[in-house]
Design a protein around this ligand. Structure first.
Ligand code: UD1
Ligand code: UDP
Length: 376
């Protein structure tokens, strides 16, 4: 029997690893699966663990307010070492591009333990955009033995870097598995839908049947001037379009919260709220008019729901949905954000073109594929 240690630390990793853990745990004859959270995030991670009923076997509990990345790396290396010593896994499974992803891969490599990388091969080609995610992903690729690439494009990125083709598997992205689990849960359960609406109302946002734009923004490369530009654009747009609501669940990073609260808290049609649990957020994505974000995961989920997305970044490692026409890059420049949001609000034909539901990132069976491949 193979011993697999699944390691993750932040909200998006938890969402995307939850279905993978579910599938591995179903295969009890093949795998002994244990879960280790670094808790690079705390509250935002726990929200997801709760929704998917995951009880970690190990919790490194490393998060500090306004943490430094070098400290996060060193804490993970030191604390994970004893977990690896205790469990002696055959494989460490990591996800994506966070500092947890890279640090856990390095910790495993230093113990000569194999690494499986879920969501491998996404690239912008610019080490500083997104930063430090592009570097984390590339460094993890160097250390990994199994590369689970979501698309042909991500496989080709890995081949171009000299990764052995026999180690690359196109599986789709498990974010679509997670999204489908939640969408089906809500669809099949009237009581849950009622409770989700109740919890959203508790957050202070009561107009979810109105026309609203769902906003998120937290990228490190946008800290400072980028966040300032994003907030100023939102203020301008909200004042120009008093009939539109802007709903902004704000990431718990203090470098995000300060400019958002300073610049936007007194604009009447911008609702600043705490991060939503995943069920609520999926429900709100479905009901929104469109989404304005710099998030990676939301760029993958929204096309599947038929929701247009404007991405406040200069480059994206997820170009597939841009090619399909449901996602558009608008940068973090104030005039560009304002122009593109206003044009999507004003031009119904353009809006409808972006509303088609497509699934460039997966069919909801990614986790099953990964659990099958690892049997070999
Ligand atoms: C991290 C990832 C980023 C990912 C994002 C998802 C890195 C370098 N960055 O960025 O790739 O897109 O998560 O959200 O790995 N905080 C809390 N509670 C929480 C979470 C965060 O208080 O539950 C605050 C803390 O003050 C913490 C700070 O946010 O120190 C920053 O957290 P960190 O994980 O270092 O960076 P993120 O910006 O969240
Ligand atoms: N999300 C959530 N609650 C929120 C905002 C986002 O559950 O209030 C989900 C979202 O659906 C997506 C993931 O969190 O699956 C994205 O996480 P984040 O934006 O923190 O990170 P990124 O995707 O940019 O790495």
């Amino acid at each position: 029997m193979k011993k697999i240690l699944v390691v993750f630390g932040t909200r998006p990793e938890a969402i995307k690893m939850a279905p993978v853990i579910q599938e591995l745990k179903k295969e009890e004859d093949w795998y002994e699966t244990r879960v280790c959270v670094t808790a690079q995030h705390r509250e935002m991670l726990d929200q997801v663990l709760d929704i998917f009923k995951i009880n970690p076997d190990y919790d490194l509990n490393i998060m500090q307010p306004d943490q430094n990345l070098d400290e996060v790396v060193s804490k993970i290396l030191i604390k994970l070492k004893s977990v690896l010593h205790d469990f002696q896994p055959d494989l460490v499974l990591v996800h994506g591009d966070t500092i947890t992803t890279f640090s856990a891969s390095l910790a495993a490599y230093l113990k000569k333990i194999k690494v499986g990388h879920v969501e491998a091969g996404l690239r912008t080609g610019d080490l500083f955009s997104p930063w430090p995610e592009e570097g984390n992903r590339k460094l993890t690729s160097v250390l990994a033995n199994y590369h689970f690439a979501p698309t042909t494009l991500s496989k080709n990125n890995l081949l171009n870097e000299g990764i052995d083709e026999s180690k690359i598997f196109i599986t789709g992205n498990s974010v679509i598995d997670a999204l489908q689990i939640i969408v089906n849960r809500i669809k099949d359960d009237k009581r849950l839908k009622f409770n989700i609406e109740k919890r959203i109302k508790k957050s202070g946002f009561i107009d979810f049947d109105s026309k609203y734009i769902l906003v998120t923004g937290h990228r490190r490369e946008n800290f400072g001037q980028g966040m300032q530009n994003i907030c100023e654009s939102l203020k301008f747009l909200a004042e120009k379009n008093p009939n539109i609501n802007f709903l902004y669940p704000v990431h718990l990073n203090p470098n995000v919260r300060k400019p958002v609260n300073d610049l936007l808290s007194d604009v009447s049609n911008i609702k600043i709220v705490e991060p939503f649990e995943y069920e609520e957020f999926v429900y709100l994505m479905c009901k929104s008019y469109f989404i304005l974000t710099d998030s990676g995961g939301i760029q993958e989920e929204a096309p599947s729901l038929g929701k247009p997305v404007l991405v406040m970044r200069d480059k994206t490692e997820r170009p597939e949905a841009i090619e399909s026409g449901t996602v558009k890059l608008v940068g973090s420049d104030k005039s560009k954000i304002v122009k593109e949001v206003q044009s999507l609000l004003d031009n119904y034909e353009e809006y409808q073109k972006m509303c088609k539901a497509i699934n460039p990132y997966g069919d909801g069976k990614t986790s099953k594929r990964i659990a099958e491949i690892l049997k070999d």
